[in-house]
Write a protein that binds this ligand. Structure first.
Ligand SMILES: [Zn+2]
Length: 131
């Protein structure tokens, strides 16, 4: 490390500029972004259908399924809420409860599309109705 640093700071010629042609390694470089995307899209909850019963799933497929439908922005936000945010809302870190609460909120948003300015309003109304 120290040796390399001193080479740079002293401004000596790098191999790239030595006049010798570099061997191209470009042909061996094969990025595979599609594979990464497929892995990301796989959802155990909805099997990538985006739906769990009549609800939209809290995953990328669920968001896409919803946006392909009515596209209510409050519902889209509700679907995209993080587990941590929902945990704070319900006062529980238990994942099944988080998923259930979020599914309930998303369903509520779908049933009341256009009635709320944001997901926080929808959550207050959902919580009041559930009690
Ligand atoms: Zn899903």
């Amino acid at each position: 490390m120290g040796k390399q640093l001193s080479m740079w700071t002293q401004g000596e010629d790098l191999p790239l500029f030595s006049g010798t042609a570099q061997r191209a390694a470009v042909e061996t470089f094969q990025p595979a972004p599609e594979v990464v995307q497929e892995t990301w899209a796989t959802c155990r909850a909805c099997k990538d259908t985006g739906r769990i019963g009549r609800r939209f799933c809290n995953c990328e497929a669920g968001v896409k399924a919803w946006e392909a439908g009515r596209g209510d922005p409050v519902t889209t936000d509700a679907i995209a809420l993080s587990s941590g945010t929902v945990a704070g809302l319900i006062g529980s870190n238990r994942y099944p409860e988080i998923k259930a609460a979020q599914a309930g909120l998303v369903g509520w948003c779908i049933d009341h599309a256009g009635e709320y300015q944001n997901w926080q309003e929808a959550w207050e109304a959902y919580k009041a109705a559930e009690v």
